[in-house]
Design a protein around this ligand. Structure first.
Ligand code: CTP
Length: 398
């Protein structure tokens, strides 16, 4: 959800500046572009080299770069940022921000910015409780800036009280929230399965299907983009995702998919079974390669466990369970039967008759049927767009 976002972090001269390199690392891992700016005093607390190495950009401190005579445009920087964070914010810079003082590059950039501004005061407890600080914080809030409250704990002075900078992981959550404020999926735990399963016949052969996993991966990506914590159980597929908010669990067989999914399912608010799970598996896979000299080979098949049906029977109230149905005939009535028999909230029907829909295509044409009786047929769309349509239908159920 942070991928491609541009975040400007202003660091001021407080001891908590040591936490910011960790935050920069977390942000970079989330795919954001990070521009770090230091006030001159901050340079004594954390080195520009550390921050430029982690952010992969030169750290900006002054208006002018003495080496080449160029200058850093506070206006361009202010407009560049999708979000500006000042952390840690000292009482001094806080007071300057409250008064609109612009005597360094960071303060000038803050005045030039149009994006959301977050500020994270960190200082000794008496400074934090001083009426001047309290007034200045009120003023910043009245500008529409959002405060990341300092937390209680042991302070650098040795005193204990409120004034510690929040931990980088928590700051990251506030940044996500500020950039995607309205998503109902924020913080929801989502389980998505995708791809085919391979059922071994012997050490070199398997029974599989044509699923690529694309539809499920697009679903997982769409959920992650809206702030959900996503677990993706992925059958053997040439596709995957490097989205840092998606935890990928590779599996091969229907049995492995069952074990992994059923382990994660109880904790999941929303589950989407987009995987094309084999309905049958060889009863006795050969330990050795089956040789053609044996003449005719028969493979005995036994049914696999129906993961979606197991989930449906264990589903707790308030949880959402979504299945897929790929049908060749009597599409709607077959899909409705599955919806009912497997205790689903929503089923995504695609018909093998529709051109450009189903396995191997970048596109899909679906009908969404929900347990509350609504039914909506969509035109052929990219799987990314279909994923969004399904999320909107799930949002309506929530
Ligand atoms: N599914 C599952 N476990 C299985 C088989 C299927 O969880 N062993 C899930 C799929 O991920 C999909 C839904 O069930 O979401 C529908 O799969 P499908 O194979 O079409 O349904 P079946 O009930 O097996 O019916 P059919 O006879 O049409 O194959």
């Amino acid at each position: 959800m942070l991928k491609g976002k541009k975040i400007l972090i202003g660091i001021t001269g407080g001891i908590a500046a040591y936490k910011i390199p960790f935050l920069v690392r977390l942000l970079k891992k989330s795919g954001t572009e990070v521009q770090v700016m230091l006030t001159p005093a901050a340079r004594d607390f954390v080195t520009p080299l550390t921050l430029s190495t982690l952010s992969q950009r030169p750290v900006l401190i002054d208006f002018f770069n003495k080496d080449d005579g160029s200058w850093n445009s506070h206006i361009e920087l202010g407009l560049w940022a999708d979000l500006l964070l000042v952390a840690p914010l000292t009482a001094n810079t806080l007071a300057k921000m409250a008064s609109g003082i612009a005597d360094n590059l960071l303060l000038t950039t803050i005045l030039s910015s149009r994006c959301p501004v977050l500020f994270a005061p960190a200082m000794d407890l008496d400074m934090y409780q001083h009426p001047a600080t309290i007034e200045n914080i009120k003023k910043l809030k009245s500008f529409g800036y959002r405060m990341i409250e300092p937390v209680k704990g042991e302070l650098a002075s040795g005193l204990t009280g409120v004034g510690r900078l929040e931990e980088p992981e928590k700051i990251l959550e506030v940044i996500k929230d500020a950039l995607n404020p309205k998503s109902v999926f924020r913080g929801k735990k989502v389980l998505v399965s995708a791809g085919p399963t391979y059922e071994p016949v012997d050490p070199v052969r398997f029974l599989g299907n044509h699923s690529t996993g694309r539809m499920g991966i697009e679903m997982a990506t769409a959920f992650a983009g809206l702030g959900a914590e996503v677990n993706l159980v992925l059958g053997p597929s040439g596709l995957t995702t490097d989205d840092p908010s998606i935890k990928v669990y590779p599996v091969t067989t229907a049995e492995e998919m069952y074990d992994r999914c059923m382990g994660i399912f109880p904790e999941s608010d929303i589950t989407v079974m987009a995987a094309a799970v084999a309905d049958f598996t060889p009863a006795n896979p050969s330990e050795l390669k089956i040789k053609k000299e044996t003449g005719k080979a028969n493979i005995d098949l036994v049914p696999t466990k129906d993961i979606l049906a197991s989930m449906g029977s264990e589903k707790k109230p308030g949880r959402i369970l979504v299945g897929f149905a790929l049908e060749t005939d009597n599409e709607r009535s077959n899909a409705k039967k599955k919806l009912q028999n497997k205790n689903l909230d929503l089923i995504v029907l695609n018909s093998m008759k529709d051109k450009g829909a189903g396995f191997g295509y970048q596109t899909n044409k679906v009908t969404l049927i929900s347990a509350n009786g609504t039914e909506k047929e969509f035109p052929l769309k990219s799987k990314k767009e279909v994923a969004r349509d399904i999320l909107l239908a799930i949002e309506a159920l929530l």
